[in-house]
Design a protein around this ligand. Structure first.
Ligand code: GDP
Ligand code: IMO
Ligand code: MG
Length: 426
């Protein structure tokens, strides 16, 4: 059975997001007392299937369905208050959400209607849009960095919230106009504060205390390593540190406290939005994977671009995160595809052979991927109980991923449900 015995562990996306983090956090959190999201906001869409019902969580951490567990949104997260209130209400009757089991960091930054407006305008005006989720993520993190943002602890205090809005309006005429011309949106934004206030606390101090007491804590990443603001395909990235180290800054956790990092990858690759994608398949195979994998964004519904597993990109993410365990998810989607490929290296017109993931998106956009090919399998693997029973071609494909990436696969995903996962005992 899938289990995580480490005291403090981190789950990150190893690719460009949507690897299946939600499902794996739910499962790996079984022995945890706390699951804390450490970055991102409602740009994330983490899908869980619990007893036949689908839940897409955008802000609430994916451990919420584990009994007795505390969910925390740490300081590195950006919060959309109205969306969060809606998510909490949706959970009514499914899981009781109380200030005891949901901690929202007073240090987290708040996404306001202004930030969402700016995200939309910037994308629409740009000659090379990033293809953001238009949830206001970039502008909120920008204001955090420029020290003009509003933190959760300030937002829930009506006087301090007004002070912030007045300061912003005095400094920025467009902000003042936006507040004036969108009274309903701003009223909703203000109304949500009262509902969120009971959950707001010094979540980081509580998490550190829990770790000192020996509690098991799982730190949930959003997006994926290749969307990291520093290490991703900048500027086609999100605005936070999605890599495992981001968990330390978000929570204020000494790096040596992290015992294990789990990297989730699909058996192929998907990407939403713009930016380089060397192994992208623009042919019938790409369309088939998209259809079989139902590759549509869980947040925006946009079609996800699909491509072959990229070992160059994966080695890079493994280098950055130091995986104690690699999870290859959605293996079932490759069933029935006659020939499967793994990209082992790139070539570039002037730089020649490239084995290390390049820092520059312009380089990445001009590389040619080189593949090793493998025969596929026809057998339905979705009901299998042991990885050793997988078709020999599926095992060969997984071993080839291990070899091409220099990592060890720990678990394999064979379906969207909690049970659809195999220990890599092949
Ligand atoms: P996340 O953002 O990383 O949590 O991933 P998403 O929820 O955005 O996308 C993953 C999608 O794949 C969801 O629809 C999941 O229900 C689904 N899924 C997760 N693991 C598997 C798997 O092993 N096989 C199949 N067929 N679907 C899976
Ligand atoms: P989860 O957690 C996939 C992408 C957007 C865009 C870029 C910047 O579900 O894996 P942003 O709105 O963050 O400023 O957009 O990042 N992106 C994601 N892609 N999965 C996600 O989250 C994503 N969150 C953001 O498509 O390319
Ligand atoms: Mg997602």
């Amino acid at each position: 059975m899938t289990s995580n015995n480490h005291q403090v562990s981190v789950v990150v996306g190893a690719q460009w997001g949507d690897e299946g983090k939600g499902k794996w956090v739910d499962v790996l959190a079984k022995k945890s007392q706390i699951v804390a999201r450490f970055q991102g906001g409602n740009n994330a869409g983490h899908t869980l299937w619990i007893e036949g019902t689908k839940y897409v969580l955008h802000q609430i951490p994916s451990g919420i369905f584990q009994k007795g567990l505390i969910s925390a949104m740490a300081g590195g997260v950006v919060v959309h208050p109205v969306g969060l209130v809606g998510e909490i209400e949706k959970m009514r009757g499914v899981v009781a959400i109380t200030p005891e089991n949901l901690w929202i960091s007073a240090r987290s930054h708040v996404i306001t209607p202004w930030h969402i407006h700016l995200d939309g305008v910037r994308e629409e005006k740009s000659s090379s849009p990033i293809g953001t989720t238009k949830r206001g993520i970039g502008p909120t993190y920008s204001d955090k960095a420029s020290r003009s943002g509003i933190r959760m602890g300030t937002y829930i205090d009506p006087h301090r919230r007004k002070e912030w809005m007045d300061t912003m309006a005095a400094a920025n005429f467009d902000f003042a106009i936006h507040v004036k011309t969108h009274p309903t949106v701003w009223q909703e934004f203000q109304n949500a504060a009262e509902k969120i206030a009971p959950f707001c606390c010094d979540a980081e101090t509580r998490i550190r205390a829990a770790i000192r007491e020996g509690k098991n804590v799982l730190l949930e990443g959003a997006q994926g390593t290749l969307l990291d603001i520093d290490h991703g395909t900048y500027p086609f990235v999100t605005s936070s540190n999605t890599a495992a180290a981001g968990a330390c800054t978000s929570i204020g956790l000494p790096p040596h406290k992290i015992n294990a990092v789990y990297g989730i990858a699909k058996a192929y690759v998907t990407r939403v939005g713009s930016g380089p994608f060397p192994t992208e398949l623009l042919d019938d195979v790409g369309a088939l994977i998209a259809k079989k994998g139902n590759e549509f964004g869980a947040t925006t519904g946009r079609p996800r671009r699909c491509g072959w597993f990229d070992a160059v990109a994966f080695r890079y993410s493994a280098d950055i995160n130091g995986y104690a365990g690699v999870i290859i998810n959605k293996m079932d989607i490759l069933t029935g595809i006659p020939t499967l490929k793994i990209c082992t290296h790139y070539t570039h017109p002037t730089l020649g052979t490239i084995k290390e993931f390049p820092w520059d998106w312009k380089i990445l956009e001009n590389v040619t991927p080189h593949y090793e090919s493998f025969p596929g399998w026809e057998e339905d693997i979705s009901k299998m109980k042991h990885a050793r029973d997988l078709p020999k071609n599926a095992i060969q494909f997984l071993r080839a991923i291990e070899e091409a990436t220099g990592t060890k696969i720990k678990w394999v995903g064979t379906g969207p449900g909690r049970e659809d996962m195999l220990e890599a005992d092949f």
